[in-house]
Design a protein around this ligand. Structure first.
Ligand SMILES: Nc1ncnc2c1ncn2[C@@H]1O[C@H](COP(=O)(O)OP(=O)(O)OP(=O)(O)O)[C@@H](O)[C@H]1O
Length: 298
C-alpha cells in the first residue's frame, strides 16, 4: 500500500444539542509520524478523534484517508482507535486475550472464528506492550494502567496503519509511559501515522515530530520545533504557562513535592527542545498546563 495520508479538511462538528465542539479545523498528516494533539479540557480533542473514526459526522468539511472516505478506510481496517475511556462494564468475565482478539474482528469472516494468524497477532501485540504474561487473566482484574496497555494491544492487533490514541498516558506510571513512547517510536519507524492526545506537555518534544494545537479549531499545526512554542502554547491555553521542576519518579505521583520555578526565555527554549542541562524534559520536567487547568475542579 502507498503511504497513508490523513486529510482533515475544514471540518465543523455540531452535536445534537446544538453545541459546536469544533469549527473549520484542518490539518494533514502522512505516515511515519507521531503527531501530538494538545488542548485544554473541552477543546474538542475527543470530538476530533470521533470524527476521524466516523463516530460523529462533521456538519461541514470532510475527513479522508488518501482518496478514501472514512467508511472505506474503516472497511479496510486502516484505522485503529484507543478511546480515552471504555464505556464497557468489565465486571463480566472476559479474558485479556479475548479483548485483544476484538482487534482482529475486521480480519475474520462473520462467524468470527480466530485463525492461527489471528492468534499469532494477538500474542505479538500483547508482547509489544509487555502484557503477554497477563493473556489468560480477566480484564476486570487488571489495574487501570494495565488495561490501557491491553487496549493498545487490541489496536496493534488490528494492524491498521493509522493509530489514534486518546490520552494513552493518563493513569500510567513513568516506566509504562516510557515503554509506550518507545513502542510508538518503533511504530513510526514502521510508517504508521500516529495521532496522540496528551496533557503531559513535557514529553511532547521528546517523541512527537508534529503537533496540532486545538481549541475548538486548529490554532496551529506543524513540526514540533516550530509549532510547539511558548507563544503558541499560551494562545492554546489562554494563560501564563507555569513550569514545574520535578524529579523523574515523582512525575506521576499525586502528592509530589513540586518545586515551582519560573524560567528565563533561554531556559524555557532549552526545555522545549531538550538541549543543555535538561537531557530528558519528559523525565525531569512537566510543563504544566495553565492556571485555569490547575483551578479546574477535581
Ligand atoms: N455527545 C455530546 N453532546 C454534546 N456536547 C458534547 C458531546 N460530547 C462532547 N461535547 C462537548 O464538546 C466539547 C468538546 O468535548 P471533547 O470531549 O471533544 O473535549 P476534549 O478536548 O476531548 O476534552 P478532555 O481533555 O476533557 O478529554 C465540550 O464542550 C463537551 O462538553
Amino acid at each position: 500500500m502507498t503511504q497513508i495520508c490523513l486529510n482533515v479538511d475544514d471540518i465543523t462538528v455540531t452535536y445534537n444539542n446544538g453545541h459546536t465542539a469544533i469549527h473549520d479545523a484542518s490539518f494533514h498528516l502522512s505516515g511515519g509520524t507521531i503527531c501530538a494533539l494538545v488542548g485544554v479540557n473541552g477543546s474538542g480533542k475527543s470530538t476530533l478523534f470521533k470524527s476521524i473514526m466516523g463516530m460523529v459526522k462533521p456538519t461541514r468539511g470532510r475527513v479522508t484517508f488518501n482518496d478514501m472516505s472514512v467508511n472505506q478506510a474503516l472497511k479496510q481496517n486502516i484505522i485503529a482507535y484507543v478511546p480515552q475511556t471504555e464505556d464497557v462494564d468489565w465486571d463480566f468475565p472476559v479474558l485479556v486475550s479475548d479483548v485483544v482478539m476484538m482487534g482482529r474482528y475486521g480480519h475474520m469472516s462473520f462467524l468470527r472464528i480466530a485463525s492461527k494468524e489471528d492468534k499469532k497477532q494477538v500474542d505479538i501485540a500483547l508482547e509489544r506492550v509487555n502484557m503477554l504474561d497477563f493473556k489468560h487473566r480477566q480484564i476486570g482484574e487488571l489495574s487501570g494502567g494495565q488495561k490501557k496497555r491491553v487496549f493498545l494491544a487490541r489496536a496493534l492487533a488490528q494492524q491498521g496503519k493509522v493509530l489514534l490514541l486518546d490520552e494513552p498516558f493518563t493513569g500510567v506510571d513513568v516506566k509504562t509511559e516510557n515503554a509506550i513512547i518507545d513502542l510508538l517510536k518503533n511504530l513510526r519507524a514502521e510508517d504508521h501515522l500516529i495521532l496522540v492526545s496528551t496533557h503531559n506537555l513535557g514529553s511532547v518534544p521528546e517523541f512527537c515530530d508534529q503537533v496540532v494545537l486545538i481549541n475548538q479549531t486548529v490554532l496551529a499545526f506543524g513540526p514540533t520545533q516550530t509549532t510547539f512554542t511558548p507563544q503558541n502554547l499560551m494562545t492554546t491555553f489562554g494563560g501564563a504557562l507555569r513550569y514545574l521542576s520535578l524529579s523523574g519518579d515523582k512525575l506521576h505521583e499525586d502528592e509530589d513535592p513540586r518545586k515551582v520555578s519560573i524560567l528565563t526565555d533561554d531556559e524555557r527554549a532549552a526545555i522545549f527542545y531538550g538541549e543543555g542541562k535538561h537531557d530528558s524534559p519528559h523525565q525531569d520536567l512537566l510543563v504544566n498546563h495553565v492556571e485555569n487547568e490547575q483551578k479546574r475542579p477535581k
